[in-house]
Design a protein around this ligand. Sequence first.
Ligand SMILES: [Zn+2]
Length: 218
Amino acid sequence: MKALRSSAAEMRLVGGRLCLDFVNTVDGRNDSVPLGDKLAVYSDLVAWSQHSGIVTAAQAARLIKESKQKTAAANSVLHRAIALREALHRIFKATVTESVPQSSDLETVNDELLKARKNEKLISTDKGFTWEWAAEDTALDRMLWRVAQSAAEFLSTGDLSRLRECGGEQCGWLFEDTSRNRTRQWCHMQDCGNLAKVRRFRTRLRSSSKTKRRRVTR
Ligand SMILES: [Zn+2]
């Protein structure tokens, strides 16, 4: 199966962690409010999951087939996905601004984490014991388990002092700054980094006139 056609399958994965790439499934943010959503329908969620490598092409095909037979259930998973994404965004944003996250947002993440844990089982292999997903490939919410796990891992054991929000105008994408000097400013140099350079250049040229503001297309 070819990659599903969706802007979610073409977006840059620059967060450095699955949970951050998931929070970045918007075209940008204005004061935290999403500007354009890459997850408009359930198949976008599947496309993003395949793009991110958490479901295989074969699994994606089965999920799409299943979602067409269970449209109400698929829509419900999409709503859960958006609720999880926005809760995570507020938690991460609170971390960046060193404020206290809302307990209702932590509850949302914990609800999803609980669902993920219910679907894990310990198995024995030639190389020792490992975790495996117990549910069928057709479990429509399987990608949310991985996102919830990734977020819990980052929040509990990650270096949150490296969490950054892109400095680009109306971008709002988040990433983990793994640069040695902790100096990464942009989600991607070719997007927000270049736009900022162009703006600085224009401002220098015509500091008194207003330059037309352009948003990143990605
Ligand atoms: Zn950016």
